[in-house]
Design a protein around this ligand. Structure first.
Ligand code: TYM
Length: 335
């Protein structure tokens, strides 16, 4: 039986954080053998934010190296850079011309990010989900493993696919498969360390709000020691009045590979944050240590990453340009 195809990506903006890892990359790794995988570094998406230019190339390399450091095996999965395959941008343009403007204006992430950009909102920010739809549909992906915040973009991707199929395909030969999101049960929405009601995010101005995958043990200890908690007695999950408590226990649960009952039982014997934080610090450090060691290996091996990305480009291009050709044929372009 043919394996289902998976596609996903992360923007190379700054350092990847533990939310990116738990919401996305860790799940790519876990199901790697089960599927046919395409993982791209979405650098074209990264330029919708500010201040990227001097770091774009370096961050793109770093993000690809982190995929491998987290456990993506380039022998099993195709790892590539979005801007290396011009079909992504070209398909996005074709989609632009069939996507109603009000579909994009409804996007929660656009509204949130546009508020932050103030007067300077670029068209790319609005168009971001159309490019994401192109990323996914170019590869006829069955599944897209992402965090909770990407659910609405996946719905838009399906709407675009349906529209293209309706307008240019035929009933028994749709142009695009409809992809499904793959959102993890735990870790789909890791919250900020400084505010348990907002998502951990690369764009938060405070570095203390997130744990980066490449943070040193000292930095991790400092961030957890200073992170926001509360003055309630005991530690518990699922109390809406204690979002920080739920978030920190969830982080511990996932990274220690324990279940909820085990964590609840363990916490009953603790006196409070003073007892819990050192355990959490130790757990985060021991989860990140092997990733950091592998990262150093990957980044220091001359030529290795370039070779992986060149091979990835070749494999991904073959599929991407074949899909693009078939869409252009269906839309009536001169061959
Ligand atoms: P980006 O770079 O913002 O996020 C990358 C992945 O990390 C997940 N994520 C989180 N998960 C849990 N808790 C958090 N606090 C958290 N923050 C981020 C995101 O859900 C995402 O899975 N638009 C995408 C990039 C993209 C893409 C694609 C993804 C472009 N084209 C095609 C899949 C398929 C994004 O949010 O990137």
């Amino acid at each position: 039986m043919q394996k289902k195809r998976v596609l996903s990506g992360v923007q190379p903006t700054g350092n990847l954080h533990i939310g990116n890892y738990l919401g996305a990359i860790r799940n790519w790794v876990e199901s790697q053998a089960e599927y046919e995988n395409f993982f791209c570094v979405v650098d074209l998406h990264a330029i919708t934010g500010a201040n990227y230019r001097h770091e774009l190339a370096e961050n793109t390399r770093r993000t690809a190296a982190l995929y491998i450091a987290c456990g993506i095996d380039p022998e099993v999965s195709t790892v590539f850079v979005q801007s290396h395959i011009s079909a992504h941008a070209e398909l996005a343009w074709l989609f632009n011309c069939i996507t109603p403007l009000n579909w994009l204006e409804r996007m929660i992430q656009f509204k949130e990010k546009a508020l932050k950009q103030g007067e300077n909102v670029n068209v790319g920010l609005l168009d971001y989900p159309v490019l994401m739809a192109a990323d996914i549909l170019l590869y006829q992906a069955d599944l897209v493993p992402v965090g909770e915040d990407q659910k609405q973009h996946l719905e838009l991707t399906r709407d675009i696919a349906i529209r293209i199929n309706d307008q240019f395909g035929s009933k028994n030969q749709p142009i695009f498969k409809l992809p499904n999101p793959l959102i993890p049960k735990a870790g789909a929405r890791v919250m900020s360390l400084t505010d348990g009601n907002s998502k951990m995010s690369k764009s938060d101005p405070s570095d203390m709000s997130r744990i980066h995958l490449l943070d040193t043990p000292d930095a991790i200890a400092k961030k957890i020691k200073k992170c926001k908690t509360d003055a309630e007695r005991g530690l518990e999950f699922d109390n809406p009045n204690r979002p920080e408590c739920h978030n920190l226990l969830s982080l511990y649960m996932i990274l220690s590979a324990k279940n909820k009952e085990q964590v609840i039982a363990e916490c009953q014997n603790l006196r409070g944050w003073g007892d819990f934080k050192p355990i959490l610090i130790e757990t985060i450090n021991s989860s990140l240590q092997p990733i950091q060691a592998k990262y150093q290996e990957v980044i220091n091996e001359t030529g290795y990453l370039d070779q992986v990305l060149a091979t990835g480009k070749e494999k991904a291009s073959a599929i991407a340009f074949a899909t693009l050709r078939s869409v252009k044929d269906a839309m009536g372009f001169l061959a």
